[in-house]
Design a protein around this ligand. Structure first.
Ligand code: 8DG
Length: 237
């Protein structure tokens, strides 16, 4: 399968570069997989219809190395490679540049933390009771990081307020996801032995891997479903 790629070094954490990349790629292509380090999508329109666009974000001491690659099926890889080289490199260049610009804008964006608590192979989710436009939809426990507060402290505070449980936050998982208004949703793994209660929410539910697709997630969480699946199946990070 022929492929062309470009690389770009960006002085922004990899999870935020990945969030910017998701936003940029989603405008042109259908996302097919999302993980902490790699976003893949398929292009719908001509001239690259069906081609696969992959962005890989690797942390290095000098910053995040973003590699954008386009690969496509071809009966004649050599001829094809020469013929499409220019438009492919132009597409990859614009994805990489767009991602750089957005990642730099987002580096200091306000953060909403989400908490991924897995117990006995099930992920804890909660159903929103308000506002009206999202009531009934599902999300992870969490909320806004207050000024001067660390992400981990916000995870602990929000889980206490929303679920009445004490959690021990672990590492951030998956990419940041850009929310409407330019905030970032960032998910942290956490452990807790407590029994969660829906204090402000309509309901809480422990979802098995098979049930993760059964509830209506908020749009940003829907993007992260592959990350939730990996986490629940024990392959996360
Ligand atoms: N907690 C949480 N919020 C999410 C998730 N996914 C997602 O798009 N959001 C959005 C919904 C809201 O617009 C925003 C967080 O709102 P929130 O009401 O939980 O925040 P908060 O507790 O700080 O409350 P407030 O002070 O803003 O009223 O993030 C998620 O998985 N968990």
């Amino acid at each position: 399968m022929p492929a062309l790629r470009t690389t770009e070094l960006i002085d922004v954490p990899a999870r935020t570069v990945a969030g910017a990349l998701i936003e940029v790629i989603s405008k042109r292509a259908h996302l097919v997989s999302v993980s902490a380090g790699q976003i893949a999508a398929v292009l719908p329109g001509q001239p690259f219809r069906g081609a696969r666009l992959t962005g890989t974000c690797a942390s290095t001491p000098a910053g995040t190395m973003l590699t954008c690659e386009l690969s496509w099926l071809s009966p004649n890889a050599f001829v094809d490679g020469i013929a499409v080289r220019r438009p492919v490199l132009s597409l990859l260049g614009s994805v990489a540049q767009g991602t750089r610009t957005r990642a730099v804008e987002l580096v200091d964006a306000p953060v909403i933390v989400g908490t991924a608590i897995v117990r006995d192979g099930r992920l804890l989710a909660q159903q929103r009771a308000f506002p009206e436009d999202v009531a009934g939809m599902w999300e992870l426990p969490g909320g806004r990081v207050e000024p001067g507060e660390s992400d981990q402290a916000a995870v602990i505070r929000e889980c206490q307020e929303e679920l009445g449980i004490t959690v021990s936050p672990g590492v951030a998982i998956g990419p940041d996801v850009v929310l409407p208004g330019g905030k970032l949703l960032r998910i942290y793994e956490a452990e807790s032995a407590g029994d969660p209660v829906a204090v402000e929410h309509e309901a809480v539910r422990w979802l098995s891997q098979d049930e993760l697709g059964d509830v209506e997630w908020l749009p940003a969480d829907r993007i992260l479903l592959p990350v939730f699946r990996d986490l629940v199946s024990g392959y996360a990070r």
